[in-house]
Design a protein around this ligand. Sequence first.
Ligand code: DOR
Ligand code: ZN
Ligand code: ZN
Length: 388
Amino acid sequence: MSLVIKNGTLSGEKKDILIVDGKIKEIGSQLVSDNEIDASGLLILPGAVDCHVHLREPGHDYKEDFLSGSKAAAKGGVTSFLVMPNTDPPIDTVEHLSQERKLAAKSVVNYGLYMVGMDNVPEIQKAKNIAGVKIYLDVTTGNLNVEENLDALFSSFKRIAVHAEGKHVDESILRIKKTKNRLYLCHISTRDEIDFIRENKNKQIFCEVSPHHLFLTSEDEETLKGYGMMKPSLKTKEDQDSLWKGIADRTVDTIGTDHAPHAKKEKESNSPPWGVPGLETMMPLLLDAVNKGRLPLQRLVELVAENPCKIFDIPNKGKIKEGYDADIMLVDMGLEKKVKNSDMMTKCGWSPFDGKLLKGWPVMTIVNGHLVYDGTIHDMKGKEIEFR
Ligand code: DOR
Ligand code: ZN
Ligand code: ZN
């Protein structure tokens, strides 16, 4: 099986990319194959690796499942995602993990699975090939927050991801420093948190921000109502500016969607659940920011592809490089289009960015050397990521 991407733009130069058996075989010019994709006028970027995605299988697959969520990913230029464990049942045992693995086989993009950290350290230690252990230090969807046993949990695995807000951020940083493990701070949203992270960052500590905190503020809550409710909540313009500053000075390491779909009916109810979908809009929002001069393209690639692979020990992904997996997005930087609820592939069928005009969209997505999205989704299967 071979495929060549012809005349795309890679790091400012016109290039062809030859893909053989799912890997990037050669980057050059005048490369040939029976199978060709014309990428003239398009940017070639590594597919995004989203470290923070909630699908709802098992338990609430009317909101999302591995197939619908992974189609949304492919459409959004996300070629791999790491899936959160706050399902029903939660992914707290090796048995639940192996059930989740069976469900995940439907995914059209590559995937890794988290386990949740509660009172289950022996189960975590039995588990094979997990993305990380997710510890909930605040109350959120799934009610999985823990207050006890935290030192044991922070020592239980080499990659610890936390939902931590406010003082829980500080406590997590102090706690991980007592171990040799890595800490991945999910969806950081305030100036105080960013400032604390900047001062206390070392090689163990990594910081994620999410698109909704970068592109919406608490002022949008009035119009969005339930559709603007998530944890952590939308913050002030000042907080938002500090996230962008953190991106510029490298306090921030990754951008992850925190894709958290809920049904329209639920979001319009009196007690809307927390969460917004993000897989289809992350790249268009960020590419639009590149077009507006807010974000250098190379920095974007680090945030959504290179750094996630470094932090989560994912080999052979995150770069367009000979020998690497052929997980690629082709981007039309000139394409201007509105986000529309009716275009959404996520089962929840809405976006908090509905109506927003954005310039710069992924138009084709290649996973493991197969064209999975080019305006429509083509049937294929992703693979489980093998963590180093
Ligand atoms: O808004 C959120 N939604 N925050 C979380 O921490 C969980 C997520 C979800 O699973 O719905
Ligand atoms: Zn969270
Ligand atoms: Zn989350």
